[in-house]
Ligand binder design. Structure first.
Ligand code: PEP
Length: 253
């Protein structure tokens, strides 16, 4: 029996204009019952945060951002701080998504700085880790995760990380239609929990939520959620449509 409240999170990436985002958020709020037993988060593009926040007020759907910069303010053209995200209504922020690591030079060091900034402003960090196809095939999955966790969470103590959410997102499963089997996901989630236990102790290991991400759909959510160490999912493509995403959120109904 899991004592962690599941989190089903949607990452809209660079999709949807403000109008489209508001419309999808409106539909979503109608499709998710108020008494849902899971936490739900949607991360629209920065431009839609405020209008989507207005739509979601009073609903059980929370707002997240897809990225942040670690400085509180300053001459950093194009960047957005944690305080700005809070002021736009965000409760969560995704950090270190593989697309940011791959296309925008994000490293474990920048991930570490971003986590620090997020928790300082009471944003819940959803920290993404995961291996590439080549790394999995060469049996390096666990060593890649060792490094991502060690460096990403360097210099924190367990009390800093009480709200931490980890998203295991094997890169080979993102947007490819290839899902890790529930057994593959469970094996990695169990390993990640063990890493957290070794580094931060039993309490944090038991409370940290570990999400799975990579081609999650309404037809594979139940099987994944049955795994003892899978505490929710981070959903990309299938979160863009309100009806599809609500089926994932309502997987128990
Ligand atoms: C993601 O981008 O975090 C993701 C998991 O994408 P998808 O669900 O489309 O594989």
């Amino acid at each position: 029996m899991k004592n962690r409240k599941p989190l089903i999170a949607g990452n809209w990436k660079m999709f949807k204009t403000c109008l489209e985002a508001v419309e999808t958020a409106r539909q979503l709020v109608k499709l998710i019952p108020d008494n849902t037993t899971v936490d739900v988060m949607i991360a629209p593009p920065f431009t839609s945060l405020m209008p989507v926040s207005d739509v979601m007020k009073g609903s059980c759907v929370s707002l997240g951002a897809q990225n942040l910069f670690w400085e509180p303010e300053g001459a950093y053209t194009g960047e957005i701080s944690s305080g700005m995200l809070v002021s736009a209504g965000c409760k969560y922020v995704i950090i270190g998504h593989s697309e940011r690591r791959q296309y925008f030079g994000e490293t474990d060091v920048t991930v570490n700085k971003k986590i620090k900034a997020a928790i300082k402003d009471n944003l819940i960090p959803v920290v993404c880790v995961g291996e590439s196809e080549k790394e999995r095939e060469s049996s390096h999955t666990f060593s890649v995760l060792d490094k991502q966790v060690a460096k990403g969470l360097e210099n924190f103590v367990s009390s800093d990380l009480e709200t931490l959410v980890i998203a295991y997102e094997p890169i080979w499963a993102i947007g490819t239609g290839k899902t890790a089997t529930s057994k593959q996901a469970q094996a990695v989630h169990q390993y990640l929990r063990l890493l957290i236990e070794k580094k931060f102790g039993n309490n944090l290991a038991n409370s940290v939520r570990i999400l799975y991400g990579g081609s999650v759909k309404p037809d594979n959510i139940k099987e994944l959620m049955l795994m003892p160490d899978v505490d929710g999912t981070l959903v990309g493509g299938a979160s863009l449509n309100a009806e599809t995403f609500s089926k994932i959120v309502n997987f128990q109904i």
